[in-house]
Design a protein around this ligand. Structure first.
Ligand code: MG
Ligand code: FE
Length: 192
């Protein structure tokens, strides 16, 4: 019918060869940019996890899991750098991006009250989900760009973020209870 014909005309008008080439260039640039964003995100993760690992004293299981993820995070950053280099993208912008997530993380973890550990778990759980979303987007975008190696790397990194989020999900209730019990015990002690 007429509707179908005009749709074909629209599609035909939208996809001349020149436009297609421009769109492919846009995809590559966008994937490069998202890889740099992910790199900045991992630098922020490293700062946050390092700070938590140093401050936690009374929660050895949480501390050990954070230290494990800190090592994973350092490898993730290095793997992203390898992807950015292999794609021939400029890595000069990498350092400039590092402060991008600082404000958000300061809001989540900057002012520590007595419930520092619980607030830290909350911030980490939130951060892991930002990472999971970022890598799922990157996997799809890298595949669209035909860069299967970057897609594979981002899939593997994403699995580490999902594992960390799952661990936090399983343990956050217990950590909160431990905190409440410790706090009550110290209040009782102060009364004596
Ligand atoms: Mg990460
Ligand atoms: Fe992570």
């Amino acid at each position: 019918g007429r509707g179908n014909m005009s749709r074909q005309r629209l599609l035909g008008a939208r996809l001349p060869t020149q436009t297609q080439e421009n769109e492919m260039t846009d995809i590559k640039d966008r994937v490069d940019q998202w890889l740099r964003d992910a790199h900045a995100m991992e630098e922020q993760a490293e700062t946050m996890l390092n700070g938590q690992a140093m401050r936690i004293e009374n929660y050895p299981t949480l501390k050990a899991r954070i230290e494990q993820h800190l090592e994973e995070t350092k490898r993730q950053r290095a793997r992203l750098e390898a992807c950015i280099e292999r794609r021939g993208a400029s890595s000069s912008g990498i350092k400039d991006m590092a402060m991008k997530f600082t404000a958000m993380m300061q809001n989540l973890s900057g002012v520590f009250a007595g419930d520092e550990v619980v607030k830290g778990v909350l911030a980490s759980y939130t951060f892991e989900h930002m990472e999971i979303a970022s890598y799922r987007i990157l996997v799809a975008a890298a595949e669209a760009d035909g860069d299967m190696e970057t897609a594979r790397v981002c899939e593997e990194i994403c699995a580490e973020e999902e594992a960390m989020a799952a661990w936090l999900e399983e343990n956050m209730g217990e950590i909160a209870i431990q905190h409440l019990v410790r706090q009550e015990a110290s209040l009782e002690e102060a009364k004596r």
